[in-house]
Design a protein around this ligand. Structure first.
Ligand code: PEP
Length: 257
């Protein structure tokens, strides 16, 4: 039913020569792998390079942000249509590193989400709580609010063509991943929240886990019922680690038919 999905988030790393080596190493290790969809979300200037090296392969590519606007006088912004020109199929929306550093509001994130869908690009919506929020026991409330802006404005059905990535902020880049149980509990909460309004969308929605996933902890996360794969930061910059994580996803495909 839900095929596993593993997404590389390169963040602001790489150059033409290291990217080429990394993509070639991905392909060497992953071109024969089935049972998992793989995506590389690269910095904007390298979309053309990703397109050249990944077209006609089993790895798709995407970006890490888009403008909420379609076209116009928005200096420094990049539109969804521009991503389409380079064959991008996915875009990360609302990553916490952007939401905090660039003060992105839930409303802006919701507009970007719909903007991507409007042009046939799958949004990967990041949600997640801080450590203080988790310790205060309000993590579900925080994640519910992040989803509500989209649900209340556009309806839960929009999640049928989307990916949500649960990324507890305390786990991103810290080496401290959530346990399988902690992540599963939030993933189940997210799926149930969408299901309250649209059961079909909830069943097809892929919910990824992101935050210090590595080859050692990937299986314990991916075998969970509602964890449909991962968003991978640091380990996506190492082809062997990334391929091992993709392999773990392919072999723990409990929800696939
Ligand atoms: C991320 O930033 O999306 C992420 C999951 O990073 P890392 O894997 O490095 O924790």
């Amino acid at each position: 039913m839900r095929k596993k999905l593993v997404v590389a988030n390169w963040k602001m790393h790489g150059n033409l020569s290291t990217n080429e080596a990394l993509i070639k190493a991905y392909l060497e290790r992953l071109s024969a792998l089935s049972g998992v969809d793989v995506v590389a979300c690269v910095p904007y200037p390298y979309l053309f390079q990703a397109q050249q090296l990944l077209k006609d392969t089993n790895i798709a590519w995407g970006a890490q942000n888009i403008s909420k606007d379609e076209v116009g006088a928005f200096t420094g912004e990049v539109s969804t249509l521009m991503l389409k020109d380079f064959g991008a199929r996915y875009v990360i929306i609302g990553h916490s590193e952007r939401a905090t550093a660039y003060c992105e509001s839930d409303e802006n994130i919701a507009t970007k989400f719909i903007q991507a869908q409007k042009h046939g690009i799958t949004p990967i919506l990041c949600v997640g709580e801080t450590l203080i929020e988790r310790e205060a026991g309000v993590m579900q409330m925080v994640v519910a609010k992040q989803l509500d802006t989209i649900i209340n404005t556009y309806g839960a059905s929009v999640f049928a063509q989307a990916v949500v990535s649960y990324e507890p902020i305390w786990a991103i880049g810290t080496g401290l991943a959530a346990s399988g149980e902690q992540a599963q509990s939030m993933h189940e909460f997210i799926r149930n929240k969408i299901a309250e309004q649209d059961m079909k969308a909830a069943q097809s929605l892929k919910i990824l886990y992101g935050g210090s996933v590595n080859p050692q902890n990937a299986v314990q996360l991916f075998v969970m019922q509602d964890i449909d794969g991962g968003l991978i930061g640091k380990c996506s910059l190492n082809a062997k680690d990334f391929a091992d994580i993709c392999d773990a996803a392919a072999h723990s495909n409990v929800n696939a038919q």
